[in-house]
Design a protein. Structure first.
Length: 107
């Protein structure tokens, strides 16, 4: 439940407001001259808000990294006249097999 309260009322009733937040999980929107300027929420609500914001930010950062990687890939393709680079997984497998053959030959 969200309750609207003026900053003047909050000043007078801060103890009651904090008790209602702690015991009932109420949320308060603080108004100054009828305009919402702040909110007072429980610490649990704040943690949920911060966690949710962090997840959105992390997702945005991952999407930005993918966009940058795609731009680099497009740039490489343009420089190579549309010829893609070899598959790195395949290339690594081939190099490992070659190394293993060389090491086996040393025995």
């Amino acid at each position: 439940m969200t309750t609207r309260i003026s900053s003047a009322e909050l000043h007078v009733q801060i103890g009651q407001v904090l008790t209602r937040i702690r015991r009932k999980g109420e949320r308060f929107v603080i108004e100054r001259r009828g305009v919402p300027v702040a909110a007072v929420v429980s610490i649990e609500d704040l943690r949920r808000i911060e966690f949710s914001y962090g997840r959105r930010l992390a997702r945005t950062e991952r999407l930005n990294a993918l966009a940058m990687a795609d731009a680099v890939r497009q740039s490489i393709l343009a420089e190579r006249n549309g010829v893609p680079l070899p598959n790195s997984t395949t290339l690594l497998s081939e190099l490992r097999e070659e190394r293993d053959r060389e090491l086996t030959g040393l025995r």
